[in-house]
Structure formats: structure tokens, C-alpha cells
Ligand binder design. Structure first.
Ligand SMILES: [Zn+2]
Length: 322
């Protein structure tokens, strides 16, 4: 898949439905800024309905009021996003994802913050989008009672088997309706994929005990856009911002805070998120880690959150009114 920033052909009417209001603040002034080309060539046999979107273009539009970026239209194909994420990963790959440490700096930071906010007797958390279960495992090691939500059957089964924890294959709304409650809910690299993000955040609010904490990590859409444009200027890099609408939400620090506020959270704290760190096994890996850590240090300085250095955002907020 690839995206491009030049003018794009009009989208076909039947395949898409317009999105006319900002999903975060309900503003109606939305300005186009980037056109993405869709490519589902790898689904040609598995899912011809999805493959029909190959070659189409979707504009991303930025809300003039809150700065949030979102698609101008959404696919009408039923279950479009579920079908796109219907990935049939090998067992070896899932095992590797569980064992891999590349997100541990992020996970450790979240667990440190949650430990400072939730007293030992109440440490019960839900990881939404638990994937292969590494975060659940790390939280268990620190004494948390854990549960997960994971819709992919293979990773859900793996995470449950490796941690012994309940891994639910229902969405957050269903779990809240069933009466489940936690002291902390964690959402790492998930919210950028879900259209109408305030709805999911509201469901997470319903899953928290009064005073419970949510931890949300997303890419900083504004910083990623700047980075992509610079890479394209300096190399043969093709701009890639919302491939196949994978990153359907393009948050900024301000619009992420606004989304949490609209979902009835208070004491909202948005900061620069820690980076993923590749293995240090080679000289190149060692250098890559050093650069990422250095950038993170710079991006954590006062005022740097609103600069392109802050490539990812980490938010914490408390359920209920201040
Ligand atoms: Zn807005």
C-alpha cells in the first residue's frame, strides 16, 4: 500500500459513506490535507469484497477547531476493519511477539505510572488489544491481577494460555455491559485504529471503578505527518500516514485530551510516549536504540510535546469528574 499527497481521483459513491463532523469535537470545518491510496492486493483471494477497494483514494481531513485528523469518507463494506485485521499469523510469529522486548520501555513506563496511582490492594487491570499477552505477563510479574480483550482468535488463545489470565473475545462495550470493572484500563497502539474513538473511550470509562485510571498510547498524527513529509523530501520515501485507513485517527496532544474529556475523563495528562526499541544485537541496532532514546529524552523536555519530536503520545486520565 502507498499514500500520496497530490490531488486524488474522486471516491466511488457506493463503496464509501461521508464523514462530515469531527469525531472528537463535532466540528464541521474539516480541511483536506493528504490523500491515501488503498491497496488490498494480498486479499485478492481471501476477501474479494475488500480487494475491491484497491486503487481507491481517501482524503484525510483536519478539524479546524481541535486539530484532529480523520478520513473524509469511510468504507461501506460491512466489517471492513475486522476483515482487514483478519490476519492469520503463524504460531511461531505469535510466540516471538510474546517473547520480544521491543515494547518493554513503553510497557514499563505505563506500569510505573499505574503503580504510582493505584494502591497495591486494588491492582486489577484490563489490557484492551492484548495481542500475544506480553503486557499482561509483565503486569503479572509486578503483582497485578490481569485480564485482556483480544479479538484475534489466535493471539487471544495464546495470551490466555501463556498468562493463565482471562482474555475476552468481546469488545469493551460488551464487557462493560456484563458488569466487569477494573482499577486500570490500558490501551496501547489501539485507539488509532478505531473509527469514532470517543465511543471506545466512553466504553473504557464504563469499565473503570470510580477513580480508576486509563492509560492510552497513540501515534502523534501531527508529528508523524511532519516526519513523513521530511523523509519524502530528503529521500525516495513515499508518504505513508494512514495506510488502507489503518491509522484512521490522527491525534494531536490537544485532540487526544479533548477526546478523553468528551468521554467523561478528568485529570487528563498527555505526554510524549516512550519509543519502541529494536534489538541491540548489532552495531546498527545499538545505534538505532541510542538515537531513539536520545529523541525521547529531548521530546520529554518541557514544551516539546507540541513539536515534531513527540512522535507518539501517552495519556493518563481518571474516570469521572474532577
Ligand atoms: Zn475537532
Amino acid at each position: 500500500m502507498s499514500c500520496r499527497s497530490s490531488a486524488a481521483p474522486a471516491v466511488a459513491g457506493d463503496l464509501f459513506t461521508p464523514v462530515t463532523r469531527c469525531w472528537v469535537c463535532d466540528g464541521a470545518a474539516l480541511d483536506r490535507y493528504h490523500s491515501c491510496r488503498m491497496d488490498f492486493g494480498q486479499y485478492a483471494e481471501q476477501d474479494p469484497g475488500l480487494h475491491e477497494y484497491s486503487g481507491r483514494h481517501v482524503w484525510l481531513a483536519r478539524c479546524r477547531s481541535c486539530g484532529f485528523g480523520q478520513p473524509e469518507v469511510l468504507p461501506t463494506l460491512p466489517g471492513f476493519f475486522d476483515r482487514m485485521y483478519d490476519q492469520r499469523w503463524s504460531e511461531a510469529w505469535v510466540e516471538e511477539e510474546f517473547a520480544s522486548t521491543y515494547k518493554d520501555l513503553i510497557f514499563d513506563g505505563i506500569l510505573n505510572e499505574l503503580a504510582s496511582r493505584v494502591p497495591p490492594g486494588r491492582r486489577r487491570l484490563l489490557d484492551v488489544g492484548a495481542h500475544a499477552g506480553r503486557f499482561l505477563h509483565l503486569a503479572q510479574e509486578r503483582g497485578w491481577q490481569v485480564e485482556g480483550i483480544e479479538l484475534n482468535p489466535r493471539t487471544a488463545a495464546f495470551a490466555a494460555a501463556r498468562t493463565g489470565a482471562p482474555v475476552h473475545r468481546v469488545n469493551a462495550h460488551a464487557l462493560a455491559l456484563a458488569g466487569h470493572r477494573y482499577a486500570a484500563v490500558v490501551l496501547t497502539d489501539v485507539l488509532e485504529h478505531i473509527p469514532e474513538p470517543v465511543r471506545l473511550l466512553s466504553a473504557l470509562s464504563a469499565l473503570l471503578e470510580p477513580g480508576g485510571v486509563v492509560a492510552v498510547k497513540v501515534p502523534n498524527g501531527a508529528a508523524q505527518w511532519t516526519k513523513e513529509r521530511w523523509l519524502a523530501r530528503l529521500s525516495r520515501h513515499r508518504i505513508s500516514l494512514a495506510e488502507n485507513l489503518v491509522h484512521v485517527n490522527q491525534f494531536t496532544p490537544r485532540s487526544l485530551a479533548r477526546a478523553l474529556e468528551r468521554a467523561a475523563f478528568s485529570r487528563i495528562d498527555v505526554r510524549t510516549a516512550a519509543p519502541e526499541l529494536p534489538p541491540a544485537g548489532s552495531a546498527r541496532g545499538f545505534l538505532d536504540r541510542a538515537v531513539r532514546r536520545g529523541l525521547f529524552g529531548a521530546a520529554s523536555c518541557p514544551g516539546a510535546l507540541h513539536t515534531p519530536l513527540a512522535l507518539h503520545l501517552q495519556a493518563y486520565a481518571v474516570m469521572g469528574a474532577a
